[in-house]
Design a protein around this ligand. Structure first.
Ligand code: RB5
Length: 149
């Protein structure tokens, strides 16, 4: 499984830490984030990361900014992306199990590195349950496609 990671200038340190952590879990990581503290625009990074998922060059994404909010807002504008900003492990696990999220977002200015690692572990180890949850996720996707009835 390949994981794409992205970050803006507010999350460079956390990106390197999390990248190393994900690699230590045995995953290949594609880094599309900035490696500098120079100010940049998080939507540009979100688009680059999400395109990797849409093109099937990556399976899941981890996006980090100051709060995780901007990354999630931008990502959710991309067809086929279900991004969730989380700061506790219950939601980080359930957003895959129930919502089939393909992008996890969080903020370097909000949580510490140990919590971030726990979120990543919960997200990557979880599996979509399908069934009634698939019906609901399909409804979300139909809103995006303009076919919701
Ligand atoms: C950058 O200052 C900050 O706005 C950004 O990292 C993020 O928190 C936006 O949601």
């Amino acid at each position: 499984m390949k994981i794409v990671i992205g970050n803006d200038h507010a999350a460079v340190d956390m990106k390197w830490n999390i990248k190393e952590y994900i690699e230590s879990m045995g995953y290949e990581v594609i880094n599309v984030g900035t490696n500098e503290n120079k100010s940049c625009d998080y939507p540009d990074i979100a688009v680059m990361a999400c395109e990797k998922i849409i093109k099937k060059e990556a399976d899941l994404g981890i996006l980090i900014c100051g709060t995780g909010v901007g990354m999630s807002l931008a990502s959710n504008k991309i067809r086929g992306i279900r991004a969730c900003v989380c700061s506790e492990t219950y939601s980080a696990r359930l957003c895959r199990v129930h919502n089939n999220a393909n992008v996890l977002c969080f903020g370097e200015r909000v949580i510490g590195i140990e919590t971030a690692k726990e979120l990543v572990t919960a997200f990557l180890n979880a599996k979509f349950e399908g069934g009634k949850h698939e019906v609901r996720v399909n409804k979300i996707m139909s809103i995006e496609e303009g076919t919701y009835k």
